[in-house]
Design a protein around this ligand. Structure first.
Ligand SMILES: *[C@@H]1O[C@H](CO)[C@@H](O)[C@H](O)[C@H]1NC(C)=O
Ligand SMILES: *[C@@H]1O[C@H](CO)[C@@H](O)[C@H](O)[C@H]1NC(C)=O
Ligand SMILES: *[C@@H]1O[C@H](CO)[C@@H](O)[C@H](O)[C@H]1NC(C)=O
Ligand SMILES: *[C@@H]1O[C@H](CO)[C@@H](O)[C@H](O)[C@H]1NC(C)=O
Ligand SMILES: *[C@@H]1O[C@H](CO)[C@@H](O)[C@H](O)[C@H]1NC(C)=O
Length: 311
């Protein structure tokens, strides 16, 4: 009983961005989660943007940004936007607070990353530009300054990538030209996973593609859920990216039923060798990586069952 009350108190605290931010500023936010190759898709839609993903150990989080009202507002569609809910207030400033905590011990190099379990592992900040790219991207670069001035951004110089606490990758309308034509920079590009032929990892350390469009519908109700030629296509795309040192991610994977969602993630992880699972349900993605995902589902009339539907 006491555990339940404790758990609900923790849940309550989790549901409040302001209280997590306060914990972060007091160096009391728990950064001991095991780092997980999970991308927190549309992260800003969570009860506590950024902090919930960090509590699950996500190694990548996504913010959609719009250049409106002279600021970079964060939201999925224009009606989500609220003045002051910005890339800076939801992501950059909290990250600075957290990194100050991880680097407060005297004598360190000041370059520790977010997660206590692995100080050299960067957190990827995927910035999905929604408004015009050529107008918006320079404002993104400027907004990164609090991380940049402290040396916390992964950067490219003299042809070498130097990994730091935060790796910024632009997607959506991010203009490739503003990235590939710059040889000293601290931001990167999310390339097309279905055509990596003209990419390099110093431009695009990440490549992504739309699973539904590229790989297609999945319906097979048992593991591996994808049919053989779908698995082969995934493996061809991921291998081509890996041959260039580029990490691979699929978005728009099946979201329902949950058994199929988890089964497809599991196949992408175990047989597809993807580098990030794109997840809306972070707990489900953690379970997949820990090998706890379903091996079959039954489609029934109006219902479905899986062997991991207990929650
Ligand atoms: C912090 O999180 C880790 C991993 O999730 C957990 O094992 C640990 O108990 C937490 N520590 C505190 C003080 O809550
Ligand atoms: C820590 O992170 C680095 C950089 O991503 C990685 O190469 C290394 O394998 C990680 N170490 C452990 C113990 O996971
Ligand atoms: C890149 O090379 C230039 C010229 O050799 C040198 O001055 C600079 O320090 C190098 N930068 C880094 C980050 O290694
Ligand atoms: C792949 O991308 C390159 C540009 O980066 C383009 O020239 C080429 O036509 C594309 N190939 C396909 C099949 O889309
Ligand atoms: C893209 O790559 C293809 C195949 O490697 C090559 O033939 C083509 O010239 C490249 N296009 C550009 C724009 O670099």
């Amino acid at each position: 009983m006491r555990l339940t009350i404790l758990a609900s108190l923790v849940t309550l605290a989790m549901a409040d961005f302001a209280s997590d931010l306060k914990l972060a500023q007091q160096c009391k936010f728990n950064l001991s989660a095991e780092p997980m190759p999970i991308h927190s898709h549309n992260d800003y839609t969570r009860a506590t943007p950024l902090f919930e993903a960090l509590s699950y150990g996500c190694l990548s989080v996504e913010a959609d940004v719009w250049w409106v009202n002279d600021e970079l507002e964060v939201g999925h569609v224009p009606t989500d936007l609220v003045q002051g809910k910005t890339l800076a207030s939801l992501y950059i400033e909290p990250l600075v607070d957290l990194l100050k905590c991880q680097n407060k011990n005297p004598g360190g190099d000041g370059l520790n990353g977010i997660y206590s379990q692995n100080a050299t592992q960067p957190l990827q900040l995927l910035i999905d530009v929604k408004t015009d790219g050529l107008t918006t991207w320079p404002h993104v670069v400027e907004a990164l300054e609090p991380l940049r001035e402290r040396g916390w951004l992964t950067f490219l110089a003299n042809g070498t990538i130097h990994e730091r606490a935060i790796t910024v990758v632009g997607t959506g309308n991010t203009p490739l030209s503003l990235i590939e034509d710059t040889d000293t920079r601290d931001y990167f590009f999310d390339g097309p996973l279905n055509n990596v032929s003209n990419l390099t990892a110093s431009v695009a350390p990440l490549a992504s593609t739309n699973f539904f469009e590229d790989i297609g519908i999945v319906w097979q109700p048992w593991s591996p859920f994808l049919v053989a030629n779908q698995i082969k296509k995934v493996q061809r795309q991921v291998d081509a990216a890996h041959a260039l040192g580029i990490k691979a991610r699929y978005w728009n994977t099946p979201g329902w039923p949950s058994g199929l969602r988890d089964g497809v993630m599991s196949t992408l992880w175990e047989q597809g060798n993807v580098d990030y699972l794109n997840a809306d349900d972070l707990a489900a993605a953690v379970a997949v990586i820990k090998g706890e995902s379903p091996k079959f589902i039954f489609y029934g009339p109006g219902t479905f069952l899986t062997d991991s539907q207990s929650d």
